[in-house]
Design a protein around this ligand. Structure first.
Ligand code: ATP
Ligand code: MG
Length: 295
């Protein structure tokens, strides 16, 4: 179906990002609710949005990637991308709405498993996300977790250029991305997504960004030192955690990218392998319910 901007009623703002705003909208005729990501574009940004759309289209049959519906033309020339509305919002807003109270371990396991399934769907299509973090993982009332925001994602064609300029959120970047030279042609963008996922999962378990003291607003240099010279995997010891969880985080946060587990391997890890049963379901529902109790 062809959509026009006037077919939709804006309900509220869901989030802001670089150069864009995401609205909750309702289709007037069908009353269906969507998320509409509007990017105020110059030519360079427009290319970026179309790259994001291209990736979303390629992943259209994925159960753990936010569903893409259409590009909606706007009178102003901005690009508007119509997406499935994820009514639980992003995991970082969920965490904040709970006053940064850590998620329960079963909830973390269920989230990690679903995010890994999303990454598996992407990686099997040669797509790297490059900006995995809690703000880009969305959840809905059914307890489904999906990957969003392919603003800096990339479809790899044959070999990867290690000098490829990327953008992403520094805080979740793997050590080799700070220092690509020392890794030469071995730079593995799939492994970089695994690092970011491990850090995001650890953040949900801890309640704050795990590599820095709570509440710190770091500069680039502090972050780089924490990531490249700190022992990320050890941050897990600061809160009581099961052996499975520790093991899982260690597999994700290996500083040497070659030692990190792949997404396929991680899906078999005991921490996540069973995290799709009734207990997981309940843990996610608790998370969503506690949230609505308090807001
Ligand atoms: P970029 O990082 O490329 O600049 P962005 O951060 O501007 O992108 P998104 O991450 O896609 O854009 O969206 C920003 C925020 O809007 C998200 O963190 C989330 O809170 C909210 N949001 C985005 N898409 C949806 C959706 N489909 N359903 C619900 N909320 C969404
Ligand atoms: Mg984002």
């Amino acid at each position: 179906a062809e959509f026009r901007l006037s077919d939709f009623e804006k309900l509220r703002v869901l989030g802001h990002g670089n150069g864009g705003t995401v609205y909750k909208v309702r289709h007037r005729r069908t009353a269906a609710v969507y998320a509409l990501k509007v990017v105020h574009t110059d030519a360079a940004l427009r290319r970026q949005v179309y790259r994001e759309v291209d990736i979303l289209r390629r992943a259209a049959d994925s159960n753990h990637v936010v569903r893409f519906h259409a590009v909606v033309p706007t009178p102003s020339g901005d690009v508007a991308v119509l997406l499935e509305h994820m009514d639980g919002g992003s995991l970082d807003t969920l965490l904040r709405r709970r006053g940064c109270r850590p998620f329960s371990e079963p909830a973390v396991a269920a989230i990690a498993r679903q995010a890994l399934l999303g990454l598996a769907e992407l990686h099997s299509r040669n797509i790297v996300h490059r900006d995995i973090k809690p703000a880009n993982l969305l959840i809905n009332a059914a307890g489904e977790v999906k990957i969003a925001d392919f603003g800096v994602g990339k479809v790899l064609r044959r070999s990867l250029d290690p000098c490829d300029s990327y953008v992403g959120t520094c805080a979740y970047m793997s050590p080799e991305r700070f220092d690509p030279e020392s890794h030469g042609g071995d730079y593995d963008p799939y492994a970089a997504d695994v690092w970011s996922l491990g850090l995001a999962v650890l953040e949900l378990h801890r309640g704050h960004f795990p590599l820095l003291p709570e509440g710190a607003r770091p500069d680039w240099a502090t972050l780089m030192v924490a990531i490249c010279f700190g022992e990320a995997a050890q941050a897990v010891t600061e809160r009581a955690a099961s052996g499975e969880f520790r093991g899982f985080i260690e597999c994700c946060l290996q500083k040497e990218s070659g030692k990190r587990w792949s997404v396929a391997e991680l899906l078999g890890h005991p921490f996540v392998a069973g995290a799709d049963g009734a207990e997981s379901e309940r843990a996610l529902q608790d998370l969503l319910r506690e949230d609505s109790d308090e807001s």
